[in-house]
Design a protein around this ligand. Structure first.
Ligand code: 5GP
Length: 199
């Protein structure tokens, strides 16, 4: 069976990564999202094992020591990491696996898996990003400024991603990601079986 593809999707807080991922899964039955582990507090709307595996600091560090993570990073005072085994299992089953992760982790995955398809989701502008963060209504101005600062640092890393998709309108952004996945599948190296027929 053909192995699935590993897709790294990063982008600043408020850019709509989660919505893009949800729309992609609705459109593609072969796409799955990896469930990360984190030490941050569970939010009221979240379910353990679905949104994240919520772990204690000690348990997370034990799993680091056991080499259980494909990547992990500290982000705003908490650990976040991708458990490697379930990702490998899904890839073996031919499923495409999306890692919705921040940029430090994104870089680790790109280094370890050169075949990973890396996509940075950007906002049309910083003004639009600030507007979206304010529109969420649940954060004060100080927090919004901090998130924008973090976003600026994330943009510095973005040139290392293979693709940049601007989330102006959700439908367009999802179309763009679909186009990337389609073009990647058409690369010659993935078509060699077909070309062998001439031998
Ligand atoms: P939040 O706390 O808002 O759910 O996520 C904060 C940031 O952590 C987001 O940018 C999210 O994409 C990122 N993140 C979620 N899971 C992982 C992970 O497994 N590894 C890394 N490196 N970042 C993650």
């Amino acid at each position: 069976m053909k192995k699935g593809r590993l897709i790294v999707l990063s982008g600043p807080s408020g850019v709509g990564k989660g919505t893009v991922v949800k729309a992609l899964m609705e459109r593609n039955p072969k796409v799955r999202v990896s469930v990360s582990a984190t030490t941050r507090q569970m939010r009221p709307n979240e379910v353990s094992g679905i949104h994240y595996d919520f772990l204690s600091h000690e348990e997370f560090e034990r799993r680091i020591a056991e080499n259980q993570f494909l990547e992990y990073a500290e982000y705003v005072g908490n650990y976040y990491g991708t458990p490697e085994e379930p990702v490998n299992r899904m890839l073996e089953e031919g499923l495409d696996v999306i890692l919705e992760i921040e940029v430090q982790g994104g870089l680790q995955v790109m280094q370890r898996r050169s075949d990973a398809i890396s996509i940075f989701i950007a906002a049309p502008s910083f003004e639009v990003l600030a507007g979206r963060l304010r529109g969420r209504g649940d954060t004060d101005e100080d927090k919004i400024q901090k998130r924008l600062q973090t976003a600026r640092r994330e943009y510095l890393v973005a040139p290392q991603y293979r693709y940049v998709v601007v989330n102006d309108r959700l439908e367009n952004a999802v179309d763009d990601v679909q186009a990337i996945l389609r073009a990647e599948a058409l690369q010659t190296e993935h078509q060699l079986e077909l070309l062998k027929e001439a031998e």
